[in-house]
Ligand binder design. Structure first.
Ligand code: COI
Length: 412
């Protein structure tokens, strides 16, 4: 249950509200209605969203509440250029925080004004990297509904990562409810339909103090959000990759297949040096033979050859991307033969199209790949024929523009 005083909300949103302290979690639907003319109108989206998120009828817009649509006025008061959103950090209104002590039980969790976390310098995450994260997106549809994409998949992936890093697992239901609350309370930050999405970052970290190497005695589950547009500066234009010959991202038996924070720190050096040489990112090879494709720093990779689509199979060193999984399922529905297998780096030479997938990236066409001394060129116009078909099929479901035949979206 979220406990947030009206004063905190008022201060946060710069709105004049009587200084009555209340627990939003105990509002009945009567109270919500009673508050409507005054509080809800005054605060527009966020308070109403919070009310919706913390009463227990919530998570869908009720017919008896005012329109949940965020007005253009509210949107333009945010210092954001909605037409040019990249993938940068923006401070939003609220974050979700829950803690779990050595009894292994999560507290009720609460929405707090977005702000710094207090951590001991001895926290497990700071010293030994005991932490994992997720990436998800909420989309605003043309008729102002808010959709999440396959949130249960993220919840399940976080459970397997928590297990690998000896952290308590966040139950699926708790995870999804927390995501919904965080999105609704930050509703005004969800970009207008077609201009981007609200990126959701759930984090699970060892926040308790340790000195010797051991699991932390306390864990914190945090969710924050930020409005985003394209991940790569190229947008939907093709990206340019370089096959990495010296460093590896993951090794068999390691943690490449879970979303640990350390997997991302370790690719920064190669990524930065590739960027300095004019590439968009780095494509990694397997650590045993340096012969098979693994993934790009922040996304999975696919090769198209005629009606066949190949992607490296999951064997513990590659992130089991939810966009990856969705593209495989969509491609099969669209009549492609999808092969999840060892993909030899030399197959890059014959591919008709190459594209990357990820939550942040969505689908990004690859225009060229530097393999040793050879520059392999693919479609440089934008999305190739197959990647375009898959991109349209995926994003139209995510954005609520086509019938969700796969039952992947969750409306909140
Ligand atoms: C995502 O795609 O959501 C990720 O977590 C990758 C990250 C590097 C932005």
């Amino acid at each position: 249950m979220a406990l947030l005083s009206m004063n905190q909300l008022a201060g946060h949103l710069n709105t004049d509200i009587p200084s009555r302290k209340c627990s939003l979690g105990v509002f009945s639907s009567d109270h919500v209605l009673h508050c409507k003319p005054f509080h809800v109108r005054a605060l527009q989206g966020p308070l109403r969203s919070l009310l919706n998120a913390t009463t227990h009828t919530p998570l869908s817009v009720r017919a008896d509440t005012p329109s949940v649509a965020v007005s253009n006025e509210v949107r333009s008061s945010l210092d954001i250029d909605w037409d040019n959103l990249g993938f940068g950090y923006h401070k939003t209104d609220f974050m979700y925080v829950s803690k779990c002590g050595s009894d292994g039980k999560w507290d009720e969790g609460e929405l707090q004004p977005f702000g710094a976390l207090q951590l001991s310098p001895s926290a497990g995450i700071l010293n030994y990297g005991q932490g994992i994260f997720e990436g998800m997106k909420a989309y605003r549809t043309e008729d102002d509904r808010i959709l999440l994409f396959r949130p249960e998949e993220n919840a399940l992936r976080m459970i397997s990562g928590a297990d690998r890093l000896c952290m308590p697992t966040v139950p699926v239901n708790m995870f999804i409810q927390a995501v919904k609350q965080t999105v609704l309370s930050n509703e005004r930050w969800i970009p207008p339909s077609g201009k981007g999405s609200l990126y959701i970052r759930p984090l699970l970290i060892g926040s308790g103090a340790v000195l010797g190497l051991a699991p932390a005695p306390e864990y914190t589950f945090v969710i924050f959000v930020a409005p985003v547009g394209n991940y790569f500066k190229e947008g939907l234009a093709p990206i340019h990759l370089k096959v990495e010959n010296t460093y590896h991202r993951a090794a068999p038996g390691g943690t490449g297949g879970v979303k640990t924070v350390g997997n991302y720190a370790s690719v920064l050096k190669t990524q930065l040096s590739a960027k300095k040489s004019g590439f968009s990112d780095v494509l990694y090879l397997d650590a045993v033979e340096s012969k098979y494709l693994e993934e790009v720093s922040s996304c999975n990779i696919f090769l198209v050859k005629g009606k066949k689509i190949a992607t490296p199979h999951l064997k513990g060193t590659i992130l089991p991307g939810i966009t990856r999984k969705s593209i495989i399922e969509l491609a099969q529905t669209l009549g492609y033969e999808v092969e999840e297998r060892a993909v030899c780096v030399d197959e890059l030479r014959d591919a008709d199209e190459v594209f990357c997938t990820g939550t942040a990236v969505v689908i990004s066409p690859v225009g060229s790949i530097m393999l040793h001394e050879d520059r392999l060129e693919y479609a440089n116009e934008g999305l190739g024929k197959v990647s375009k078909e898959l991109y349209s099929a995926l994003t139209s479901i995510q954005m609520g523009q086509s019938a969700d035949i796969m039952k992947w979206t969750v409306e909140i």
